[in-house]
Ligand binder design. Structure first.
Ligand SMILES: Cc1cc2nc3c(=O)[nH]c(=O)nc-3n(C[C@H](O)[C@H](O)[C@H](O)COP(=O)(O)OP(=O)(O)OC[C@H]3O[C@@H](n4cnc5c(N)ncnc54)[C@H](O)[C@@H]3O)c2cc1C
Length: 377
């Protein structure tokens, strides 16, 4: 019997496993891909606080420090947001996740890579392909948008098309200012969404688009059009990946009996921007620590995970409510126009005001991790 079984071996699952492993428990991670993050399917943009939590520097993970965000809004607005150094990075998730897997092996976590969870028999049994069965005292669902355990225990995990982000992204070789991120909100490239170029270095970028589902649009064509425009038609595509993201409210209960839900599986993505890395690792760490401390008898209930995440859940719910009002392009463009205009104006008067606010918010998460590490009740 394992102490903890984690289904999904990407960012949220791996961080959950690594933090739980600090308590020297018997842990298994099941991941259906042999290499969970290949090819790249994420813009890989994170804040410096997320980088700190991920120990990007200690892990020698390549990072590109962004100094400016250029935002185009229809019909012809352009916003330039200057950033102080070391605020936003484009990291290399392939490198990072390979490292996390290596560390998981060193910590004696049983990694079932290239294996799929087929069935969950409550309360403890996981059945994998080849009919292999394993049991775990605590189960962590880190399966991303599929929320496979949630689905099997009867939680309504269905997402309406309007609550799904439909994305396509390519790794592209092209010359571009490596210090400048570019985003194009709304038409003509990304109606009810945005297109992005996040530079990895001066010759390589993640170029993608993400739009709200249910629109009858050819996303491949829109993506091609944006790549051509932003690279001035000088580019070479290395890889392309399509993926979906939950752009919805978090699950009401992210703790259910002996099951914890983390990352995209718990729908912890920001429904306005699609950013999910920070919440994936934050929830993964809290869930891993909670499960391990519970097994060790250092805490009496798994509910502490829900309590520590509740503010974040409420905030995402609020964003979702506001975002749901933007039902057409006119409302969408008007709202984001106003939003970016406000940020740029405030930043002109108080440089870095907005970045510092985000930093303060994320620092609260660092404190929560420290709090959970140290409690013993
Ligand atoms: C195109 C795109 C760009 C993005 N860009 C950014 C960005 O720049 N910044 C940002 O903050 N966020 C970004 N995000 C969001 C971010 O990538 C996700 O929120 C984050 O990766 C979620 O991590 P996760 O571990 O929770 O889920 P996932 O990464 O979805 O991992 C779930 C894992 O579970 C595995 N799995 C699923 N079912 C099973 C099963 N039955 N058996 C075994 N394994 C299973 C899957 O193979 C997968 O590896 C982007 C998302 C997309 C789609």
């Amino acid at each position: 019997m394992y102490d903890i079984i984690i289904v999904g071996g990407n960012l949220s699952g791996l961080t959950a496993g690594l933090y739980a492993a600090e308590k020297e428990l018997k842990i298994a991670i099941i991941e259906r891909h042999k290499k969970p993050f290949s090819p790249a399917h994420c813009g890989e943009a994170i804040s410096h606080i997320t980088a700190k939590i991920l120990r990007i520097n200690e892990r020698n993970c390549p990072k590109n420090d962004i100094r400016q965000i250029k935002i185009n809004m229809p019909p012809s607005k352009v916003f330039n947001l200057n950033l102080s150094s070391d605020h936003i990075y484009i990291i290399n998730r392939n490198y990072l996740e390979n490292n996390l897997i290596k560390e998981a092996k060193e910590k004696k976590i049983d990694l079932f890579l290239g294996r799929r969870m087929i069935k969950f028999n409550q309360p403890n049994e996981i059945i994998m392909d080849k009919n292999e069965k394993i049991q775990g005292k605590i189960i962590i669902d880190a399966s991303g948008i599929t929320c496979i355990i949630g689905k099997q225990i009867g939680i309504n995990t269905k997402l309406k098309p309007k609550d799904i982000g439909i994305c396509i992204q390519s790794r592209v070789v092209s010359k571009y200012n490596p210090k400048k991120m570019h985003m194009w909100w709304g038409e003509p490239y990304a109606p009810l969404g945005y297109a992005w170029l996040f530079p990895i270095n001066e010759n390589l970028s993640n170029i993608g688009i993400g739009i709200i589902g249910g629109q009858k649009l050819d996303i491949t064509k829109l993506h091609q059009k944006y790549i051509k425009k932003i690279t001035k038609n000088k580019y070479k595509i290395i890889s392309t990946f399509r993926a979906c993201e939950p752009m919805y409210k978090p699950l009401e209960q992210i703790v259910k009996d002996n099951i914890l839900f983390v990352g995209d599986s718990a729908r912890l993505v920001d429904p306005a921007s699609g950013a999910g890395i920070h919440n994936a690792i934050f929830s993964g760490i809290l869930a891993g620590l909670t499960a391990a401390k519970y097994i060790k008898g250092e805490i009496k209930s798994l509910q502490i995970y829900q309590n520590l995440m509740q503010n974040k859940i409420n905030k995402i719910k609020k964003t979702y409510k506001n975002k749901s009002k933007l039902t057409n392009s006119s409302k969408y463009n008007k709202t984001f126009n106003r939003f970016f205009q406000t940020i740029v104006t405030i930043n002109k008067i108080y440089p870095n005001f907005y970045q510092n606010r985000v930093t303060k918010l994320l620092e609260k998460d660092v404190k929560k991790i420290e709090f959970l590490k140290n409690i013993n009740i």
